[in-house]
Design a protein around this ligand. Structure first.
Ligand code: AMP
Ligand code: FES
Ligand code: ZN
Ligand code: ZN
Length: 324
C-alpha cells in the first residue's frame, strides 16, 4: 500500500478515514489533528500553562511529544504509585519517561512519589482501607485525581491533560451506557472546565485517535514507551468492554468512532444537559483545601487517615501528614 499523499510505502492505513500515510505524512497528519481538537474544543492556548499527566505509556508520551512540538508550554507530571508486584512496574514506567527526557532538554518533569509523600504505596494503602479490599484501582484513581489537581493548583497550571484515546473513551461510554449512569454521561467530555471551587480544567486532546494510531505515532517518532499494562488491570471491566468494542470494530470498521462521535453530537445538542444538577455543591476540604462533595474532609484525606490508623495498629510508624 502507498501513501495517499506522496506514493512512498505507507506506514499506516486508516480505513475509517480512507487514508494511508507514510511515516512523515502520518506525523504531520497526527499533529494537525491534535491541533484541530485542541482549538475546536477550546482546550488551551499557547499562552496557557499545560500540565501533561504522563504514565510512561504510548498515549501520554506521544501527547507530550506533540504538544512540545506544536509549541505549547507543556510540562509533565508522573505519579509514582509504588506498584511493584514483582515486576517493578512503576520504576520501569519512570525509566521510559527518563529516556523520553534524554533527547528533550527543554522538557520539564515533576515526579510525585506517593510512598514518600503519603507514607505508603498504592498497593499497601489499598490493603489497609475498605476502598481497595479487592483491587487497588479505586484507591489509585482517587489518588491520581487528587494529586493531578493539587499539582496543577500549586504550580499555577491552567489545564491538566491526559492521554485518553478513542478506545478508552468509547469503553467508558459503553460502560456508562450499559448502566445508564446519566450523571457520568453528562460529565464525559473532551474538555471539562475548571470549577469555581478549585477543580482544574481537564482536557483529552487524543479523544478521537484510535489506540493503534497513537501507538503508530509513538513508533514512527521512535518513542520508547512502556508496553506493559498495570498488573492490576487484568480482569478489569474496562478491558472487557474494550474487547467487545474491538470485536464490533473488526466486523464493522469505524463502529467505535461513530459510537463516540454520535454521543458527542448528542451532547452538543443538549441531550445530557441538567442531568448533573443533582450533584451536591463542592466545598473546600478542611484538611487539604481541595474541593470535595463530602462536606468536611475529602475522600483522599479520609482514606489516608484510615490507612495511617491501621498502620499504627499493625505496629508500623504512622505518617501524620498527607500530600499537602
Ligand atoms: P490509564 O487510566 O492508565 O489508562 O491512564 C489514562 C491517562 O492518565 C494516561 O494517558 C495519563 O495521561 C494519565 N496517567 C495514568 N497513570 C499516570 C501516572 N502514574 N502518572 C501521571 N499520569 C498518569
Ligand atoms: Fe492504578 Fe493500576 S491500579 S494503574
Ligand atoms: Zn507520504
Ligand atoms: Zn482533603
Amino acid at each position: 500500500m502507498k501513501c495517499t499523499k506522496c506514493a512512498a510505502p505507507a506506514a499506516i492505513n486508516m480505513r475509517q478515514h480512507r487514508l494511508a500515510l507514510c511515516g512523515d505524512h502520518y506525523v504531520e497528519w497526527f499533529r494537525a489533528q491534535t491541533e484541530r481538537a485542541v482549538s475546536k474544543h477550546r482546550m488551551f492556548s499557547r499562552e496557557e500553562r499545560v500540565l501533561v499527566a504522563v504514565s510512561g505509556g504510548k498515549d501520554s508520551l506521544a501527547l507530550w511529544d506533540v504538544l512540545l512540538h506544536l509549541g505549547y508550554q507543556a510540562d509533565a507530571l508522573y505519579i509514582d504509585l509504588g506498584i511493584d508486584d514483582g515486576i517493578r512496574y512503576s520504576d520501569r514506567s519512570l525509566t521510559h519517561i527518563h529516556r523520553f527526557l534524554a533527547g528533550r532538554p527543554e522538557a520539564n518533569l515533576q515526579v510525585v512519589d506517593i510512598e514518600q509523600v503519603c507514607g505508603a504505596s498504592i498497593p499497601d494503602a489499598s490493603r489497609l482501607t475498605r476502598r481497595g479490599r479487592s483491587k487497588p484501582c479505586s484507591v489509585c484513581g482517587l489518588v491520581k485525581r487528587h494529586v493531578m489537581n493539587r499539582v496543577a493548583r500549586d504550580g499555577g497550571y491552567d489545564v491538566v491533560v491526559t492521554g485518553h484515546n478513542l478506545d478508552d473513551e468509547a469503553a467508558v461510554l459503553f460502560g456508562n451506557t450499559l448502566r445508564w449512569q446519566l450523571g457520568y454521561l453528562s460529565r464525559q467530555a473532551p474538555v471539562l472546565p475548571a470549577s469555581s471551587q478549585g477543580l482544574a480544567r481537564k482536557a483529552k486532546p487524543f479523544h478521537r485517535f484510535y489506540e493503534r494510531e497513537t501507538a503508530a505515532y509513538a513508533l514512527v517518532r521512535g518513542i520508547d514507551y512502556m508496553y506493559d499494562e498495570c498488573p492490576y488491570s487484568v480482569g478489569a471491566t474496562s478491558l472487557r468492554h474494550k474487547a467487545v468494542l474491538n470485536e464490533l470494530e473488526r466486523q464493522a470498521p469505524a463502529t467505535k468512532l461513530q459510537f463516540y462521535l454520535g454521543f458527542l453530537r448528542a451532547r452538543e445538542e443538549g441531550a445530557f444537559e441538567g442531568l448533573d444538577a443533582a450533584r451536591p455543591d463542592l466545598s473546600a476540604c478542611l484538611e487539604c483545601g481541595q474541593p470535595t462533595t463530602a462536606g468536611q474532609r475529602c475522600a483522599f484525606c479520609r482514606m489516608w487517615e484510615q490507612v495511617n490508623a491501621r498502620k499504627g495498629r499493625l505496629g508500623e510508624p504512622a505518617r501524620a501528614e498527607n500530600s499537602r
